[in-house]
Write a protein that binds this ligand. Structure first.
Ligand SMILES: *Cc1c(COP(=O)(O)O)cnc(C)c1O
Length: 462
């Protein structure tokens, strides 16, 4: 569906400019390069009473399901009465392993627990330091704390949003046990360099690929490059099943141990306990259910096509907005051969928008019918770390010096991340499932706000 108002004004504008030429465009404050991109920045921003660039009703709602194909399997599970982990969960595991090209998958209750289980069964525990980027969902850090280990923050590269490999080695100490790169926004971290550093210092690598199913580096799926990879199937993620997660690895004995751990420590495969096959290891219970797996198997059928659509739309939208002054879209490493785009992000530089704050910019963008958010706040500065250090467990596990919160804060500063957290603007993945025309509308919305930034600022920041 086209937005008539926008179209009409675009035609009117083209008529005017074809007569008046580029000089007139410049005098109107419109850059010829933006016009060449086909952006309409001549209508008034919606926040100032103009027509909205995008019709809210056009958003593709998430999650998507198709009754004809998806409901059959879920109903079969329901009617079978077998709802606890059984053959449908195993089938999902097999399909996911094949999809990734990895030996084994273990499904668990969610991505957070996938991380907790993986770290636990790699024996990352009290006294161990884990290197982690601060630009991530809180689960990544919680998984370290839940195992009694110590998160050590490595600053990010603001161009790629990923952990900065050049800053990893300076953070390695004799206590460092693992690197936990996060393929944030669905874009890949620089795994070739991270693996090289890990090898040199004999460190484990656990990939948080919760946002990055099907993302690839040099044609290899992320999550399968380190010793373990973790995925999330939470409802907002690219494979939505409500709640769900996966640990994947080529180390079969490790996955056997993870299986045992997520199932009360009961023996599984080669993980038979210390003394004999009947003995029980320490464990928890975070199993996935059959009906969740049934939904997942239906979702997996669409993943490849959806990923392609997101990737094409992201590239197109990026090409449309990268010349708008003050809009700095993500960059990706040359080694990235496929990107899942759980989120689409750019950095917003308010100096190029007459000082219009990011919040006011986002308010104006939402008025155009474009949902957006500012993303993460700095994780390395949050109170929960202080509370963890003050907890009974941490006090008993660590020497007092190691729990000096002020010293920790000082050593874990991440200025690039602090800045990124004030500049990022996010679009969620479902926006990228729209049409090219939708991407044009998003780009035009941004261009309109840019062209009228001073007036928008006056209106919103009085
Ligand atoms: C979603 C997410 C998780 C946690 O997954 P849940 O299934 O929500 O528990 C962990 N890390 C990252 C980067 C995520 O985006």
């Amino acid at each position: 569906m086209k937005n008539k108002n926008t179209d009409a004004s675009r035609r009117k504008f083209l008529k005017q400019t074809s007569v008046a030429g580029a000089g007139a465009m410049l005098s109107m404050g419109i850059s010829p390069s933006l016009m060449a991109k086909g952006l309409d920045n001549t209508s008034r921003p919606a926040i100032l009473g103009g027509p909205a660039a995008w019709d809210k009703a056009r958003w593709i709602k998430w999650p998507i399901w198709i009754p004809e194909t998806d409901e059959k399997r879920v109903l079969e599970v329901l009617r079978s009465g077998v709802w606890s982990r059984a053959s449908v969960v195993s089938e999902f595991e097999k399909v996911w392993s094949d999809t990734l090209g990895v030996k084994r998958t273990l499904l668990v209750s969610n991505g957070t627990n996938a991380l907790i289980v993986a770290l636990n069964q790699l024996d990352i525990k009290a006294g161990d330091e884990v290197l982690v980027p601060p630009y991530t969902f809180i689960s990544t850090v919680q998984a370290i704390l839940m195992n009694g280990a110590m998160p050590i923050f490595v600053d990010i590269d603001p161009e790629t949003y990923q952990i900065d490999p050049a800053k990893i080695e300076a953070k390695i100490t004799p206590r460092t046990k693992a690197i936990l790169p996060v393929h944030i926004l669905g874009m890949p971290a620089d795994m070739p360099r991270i693996m090289e550093i890990a090898k040199k210092h004999n460190l484990l690598v656990v990939e948080d690929a919760c946002q990055a199913p099907l993302t690839e580096i040099n044609n290899k799926k992320v999550g399968t490059i380190g010793h373990a990879g973790c995925f999330s199937f939470q409802n907002s993620k690219n494979i939505p099943i409500g709640e769900g997660g996966a640990v994947v690895s080529n180390d079969e004995a490790f996955i056997d141990r993870c299986f045992s751990f997520q199932n009360l420590g009961l023996p599984y495969g080669t993980a038979v306990g210390t003394f004999n096959a009947g003995s029980v290891r320490i464990g928890t219970k975070v199993r996935l259910t059959e009906y969740q797996a049934a939904i997942g198997l239906a979702q997996l059928k669409r993943l490849d096509a959806q990923t392609t659509t997101r990737e094409q739309n992201a590239a197109y939208l990026k090409s449309k907005i990268e010349n708008i002054p003050g809009i700095v879209p993500y960059k990706t490493y040359d080694s990235a051969t496929r990107i899942s785009f759980h989120l689409f992000s750019f950095r917003y530089k308010k100096e190029f928008f007459q000082g219009l704050s990011r919040n006011a910019f986002m308010q104006a963008l939402r008025a155009e019918g474009v949902p957006c958010s500012g993303g993460y706040t700095p994780l390395n500065k949050q109170e929960f770390l202080k509370e963890a250090f003050a907890s009974k467990n941490y006090k008993r596990m660590y020497h007092k010096d190691m729990l000096d919160y002020n010293k920790y804060m000082e050593q874990n500063q991440c200025p690039e991340n602090d800045l990124l957290c004030t500049e990022a603007v996010w679009f969620t993945q479902n926006l990228l499932l729209g049409s090219k025309e939708d991407m044009d509308s998003i780009a035009s919305a941004i261009a309109k706000i840019h062209a009228n930034a001073g007036e928008v600022k006056k209106t919103l920041e009085k």
